[in-house]
Write a new protein. Structure first.
Length: 289
């Protein structure tokens, strides 16, 4: 069974504050800079179409590449400092965490579990010494890319702008460290909400090797040995949303994700960056606690 993340860590806080300012930056700017501060949340569910050009050629990544039609959705839940976020078209995956401190301009969050990319339990990826080259090629192509991070997130709000810094380290299988700095802005024109997010990210050598490297002990002619170093990359996302009624909304996103030479030199990666766009219509459900 395919799943984006393995588990969510259970957190219980009996004496937590009633209001928080903890939100994925994609959620903040998609709502024109409005921060979600009350206990409760929202859920969106709908249908979408889109296109992903993904130069990362593994089975699990390519299952979500090219033109597609799919079920789209988002969910954000907050209760006494605890939050769960799965925001549509975020680059930060699914987040479970706790708001440590906040005021009118700042928010500091502990990310207990921040998960993205893919893990398919039905795919055989374990290479044996007795495997022939064809079998090793198949298992290398089946490789997992799930990253389960734990760390901290700091957000700063200046009028319609959001600056957000994240630092996480993989706690699932010690697959390295990632750090991102994002600048986002949301604004409203009549009944249209627009947003933009620009990002710079650092990926450690260990993480790049997990995603793009090939160990010399399992290398083949098709997938020769390769060990990348650390990297710094950029990304950009533009989006808009228009309410059709009180409960229905249309959303559109387009984005670019840079693939540095550390990724492009991998036998799994074509020499290009990643591009995507999506268009969806969603039904919105919201609640307060």
């Amino acid at each position: 069974m395919r799943f984006v993340w393995l588990c969510l860590i259970a957190l219980i806080f009996s004496h937590a504050p009633a209001k928080v300012l903890a939100t994925d930056i994609a959620g903040d700017v998609q709502s024109a800079g409005m921060r979600f501060s009350e206990d409760g949340g929202y859920w969106e569910f709908g249908l979408g179409i889109g296109y992903i050009h993904n130069p990362y050629n593994t089975r699990q990544e390519q299952d979500f590449a090219d033109l597609y039609g799919d079920i789209e959705g988002s969910a954000v839940f907050r209760y006494r400092g605890l939050f769960l976020e799965a925001v549509q078209d975020t680059q930060d995956g699914v987040n479970l965490g706790y708001n440590l401190w906040q005021d009118k301009r700042w928010s500091v969050d502990f990310l207990a579990a921040s998960a993205n990319r893919f893990y398919d339990t039905e795919l055989d990826t374990k290479i044996q010494s007795s495997d022939d080259e064809e079998t090793r090629n198949r298992k290398l192509y089946n490789r997992h890319s799930l990253y389960m991070g734990t760390g901290v997130r700091v957000s700063h709000y200046i009028d319609d702008y959001v600056i957000q810094y994240r630092l996480v380290t993989d706690t699932l299988d010690d697959n390295g460290l990632m750090s991102t700095l994002r600048l986002g802005r949301g604004w409203q024109y009549r009944n249209w909400n627009f947003h933009a997010i620009a990002s710079v990210g650092y990926t450690s050598e260990t993480t790049n090797n997990y995603w793009f490297g090939v160990d010399s002990r399992v290398a083949t002619e098709k997938y020769p040995a390769y060990r990348p170093g650390s990297s710094v990359s950029g990304s950009l996302q533009l989006g808009l949303a228009k309410p059709l009624t009180e409960k229905w909304v249309v959303k559109a996103f387009a984005g670019w994700i840079q693939h540095t030479k550390e990724a492009r030199n991998s036998p799994f990666v074509d020499d290009s960056d990643e591009f995507y766009w999506t268009l969806s219509i969603n039904r919105v459900f919201s609640w307060e606690m």
